[in-house]
Design a protein around this ligand. Structure first.
Ligand SMILES: NC(=O)c1ccc[n+]([C@@H]2O[C@H](COP(=O)([O-])OP(=O)(O)OC[C@H]3O[C@@H](n4cnc5c(N)ncnc54)[C@H](OP(=O)(O)O)[C@@H]3O)[C@@H](O)[C@H]2O)c1
Length: 296
């Protein structure tokens, strides 16, 4: 039986978790692509420890004619990866993009047809420990729109630890996640503090204002944000442990570029498109872009 050729582009935290879901499927021929050469990647999730050998290809001279390309890059890494898209995507290649943010298809549209691209949101906190083992803190939950392409994608996985959700309105789901993560991320990242900071009423008010500013943009872009969304987010905030951080805070602490273009930067740029002012998010982008510039 002919194997399905699957490429994974970006073998960091999420790319490695995705590999744990694919490596048990013997009907797949896996191809690894990453900026740096690595011999292996390791993932720990509860009692399961995965050591996955890698054969990273960096120079691609002959078309691989992949059936699937799964892209696990951060938003700011797409520009540099463009030359690879050209080499890895053929007319038949289906693409799954797994990353934070909105309008995920956009950077891929010059390379393929829109209906070949599956946008995926992933919920799966994963960070490398001091031994470079990726510590996966929960089941991987992958959310996409309801479509045949999503069923095909799901069928690649043979690991019961993966949960798949197909939703009717992915745009709204993505905006809700973005509103929360950009607002919470901005405050934790700028203060350098975890969620204990929201015991302070001023911080809670700022969180609310950031949410409200983003909601105007989300609605203009067509997301259906319920009238009680802000209250629900404030209640959720109360329930967070005081140690909870955010990916923006983690990136800053580790000296890595912050995914601004997928967070507050996305709110600012969509706001501009619809003539909606976003002064708070602009301030966040201005301040944090200096941190990014230093790290890059
Ligand atoms: N980690 C999480 O907990 C988590 C949770 C939910 C969502 N997400 C989202 O998932 C996406 C991926 O995040 P991540 O945490 O997996 O990032 P990551 O650990 O930084 O992994 C990115 C990988 O892409 C590689 N890469 C970068 N530029 C490249 C290029 N031009 N060509 C080939 N490979 C390239 C990097 O290679 P190097 O080895 O050279 O750096 C790295 O291995 C992001 O949008 C993130 O927000 C992450």
């Amino acid at each position: 039986m002919k194997k399905t050729k699957v490429g994974i582009l970006g073998i960091g935290a999420i790319g490695s978790v995705i590999l744990t879901g694919l490596c048990k499927n013997e009907h797949l021929e896996l191809h690894h692509f990453n900026r740096s050469k690595k011999e292996m990647t390791m993932v720990q999730f509860h009692d399961s420890f995965y050591t996955i050998s890698l054969d990273i290809k960096q120079d691609i001279y002959i078309p691989l004619k992949l059936d699937w390309l799964i892209i696990c890059l951060k938003e700011h890494q797409f520009e540099e990866a463009k030359n690879l898209f050209q080499k890895l995507i053929s007319r038949k290649t289906k693409i799954a993009i797994i990353r934070n943010g909105i309008e995920l298809k956009e950077p891929l549209l010059p390379f393929t047809k829109e209906d070949h691209i599956l946008e995926c949101m992933i919920n799966c906190p994963t960070q490398p420990d001091k031994n470079q083992v990726y510590q996966q803190m929960g089941n991987a939950i992958i959310t996409s729109a309801q479509m045949d392409l999503a069923n095909d994608f799901q069928n690649l996985f043979k690991n019961k630890d993966f949960l798949f959700r197909q939703v009717e309105d992915l745009k709204t789901e993505s905006w809700k996640k973005l509103l929360e993560s950009a607002s919470l991320g901005a405050i934790t990242c700028l203060t350098g503090e975890t969620c204990w900071i929201f015991k302070d009423e001023k911080m809670k008010n700022l969180y609310q204002k950031l949410l409200e500013e983003g909601i105007q943009v989300a609605k203009a872009a067509g997301a259906v944000i319920p009238f009680d969304f802000v209250n629900a987010m404030l209640e959720k905030l109360q329930a967070y442990s005081k140690e909870k951080g955010s990916s923006m805070l983690t990136d800053r602490k580790l000296g890595r570029p912050i995914e601004l273009g997928a967070k507050n930067g996305a709110i600012v740029s969509v706001g501009k498109k619809y003539n909606i002012e976003t002064p708070l998010n602009e301030l966040v982008v201005t301040l944090l872009s200096k941190t990014n510039a230093k790290n890059i």
